[in-house]
Design a protein around this ligand. Structure first.
Ligand code: ARG
Length: 300
């Protein structure tokens, strides 16, 4: 028997913030190469099912009142649906992606073209990086993953561009090759008490990185291996509503205990490419909202 009353009495009040995001319809989605352990090109994929499931994610975001922008999918770029990898956008500046694997490299310029057309200043990348897949804004700080995809030199580039604190975290398990598979940002803007919380998978990080996470996020949700194993952490929060994989049931309970409202979606088809909810979602952090309030930038 579940009793939610004590939780709702002790959990802090949460505030939903309006999000502005970029998405890409999986019109050309398939698994035709293998660049992460989730991908099995020998197994069939169902593009129309992927489109249906992606649409269900769009529907949830629409019901939550998000501002959703769309980039045109490009034939021959089956992973383009994972918009989080298309770049990192903050303070009106888009830091372009420079993909590690040749199969995805043309996505970088395609996304940069979109950023330009949206009126953003584009910082062309010199270092290998996979955008918001590895860079997550928490409060005023950018947490940056490395180990599999983004090179740590891109973290320095990121710090130069945004003039913000960038904290490097090292990923050690190839199943969790992007930071957004191992950390979920729960408060895209600081909560009522001024803090920003996360959920994370301990075994995805090396010891020094874990020490940083434990020190900075003493109240974090510690995800279970079971939930992480279906990319349950790859979720997207507006500060109250947290859109997660429907199979991540323990994560859903943990979120409720902390006063969040988990909303499950089934993206099983997109999991075959090694991605989930967050991978399909690039936060545009519009200037003037939350922590993105105008500040002097280190770009000319
Ligand atoms: N097949 C894609 C790749 O391996 C999946 C990307 C998932 N995206 C993410 N933000 N984690 O690059």
């Amino acid at each position: 028997m579940s009793n939610t009353a004590p939780d709702s009495l002790t959990a802090p009040a949460r505030t939903a913030t309006k999000r502005s995001i970029l998405m890409c319809k999986p019109t050309h989605y398939t698994v035709s190469y293998r660049i992460n352990p989730w991908m099995h090109p020998e197994d069939p994929t169902d593009t129309s099912k992927a489109v249906q499931q992606w649409q269900s994610l769009v529907d949830v975001y629409e019901q939550l009142g998000f501002d959703i922008q769309y980039i045109e999918p490009v034939e021959g770029l089956p992973d383009m649906v994972y918009a989080a990898n298309g770049g990192f956008v903050l303070d009106g500046v888009a830091y372009g992606a420079k993909f590690q694997y040749p199969e995805r490299q043309p996505e970088g310029p395609a996304y940069m073209d979109w950023f330009r057309s949206a009126g953003l200043t584009v910082a062309e990348p010199e270092e290998t990086n996979e955008g918001e897949g590895d860079f997550l804004l928490v409060g005023d700080t950018i947490f940056a993953g490395t180990g599999f995809r983004s090179d740590s030199t891109s973290h320095e580039e990121l710090a130069r561009i945004y003039g913000r604190e960038v904290v490097t975290l090292k990923l050690i398990n190839p199943n969790f090759y992007h930071l957004d598979t191992a950390i979920a940002v729960l408060d895209p803007e600081p909560a009522a008490d001024g803090t920003s919380n996360i959920a994370y998978l301990e075994s995805a990080f090396d010891e020094p990185s874990l020490a940083i996470l434990r020190e900075r996020f003493p109240d974090a949700i510690i995800a279970t291996e079971e939930d992480a194993a279906i990319l349950g952490l790859n979720s997207y929060s507006d500060g109250y509503n947290v859109v997660i994989a429907s199979r991540a049931t323990t994560f859903a309970e943990q979120l409720k205990e902390k006063g969040y409202n988990p909303i499950g979606v089934d993206l099983s088809e997109l999991l075959l490419g090694g991605g989930g909810v967050k991978c399909c979602t690039l936060d545009l952090h519009p200037v003037g909202t939350g922590t993105s309030v105008a500040r002097s930038l280190g770009v000319s």
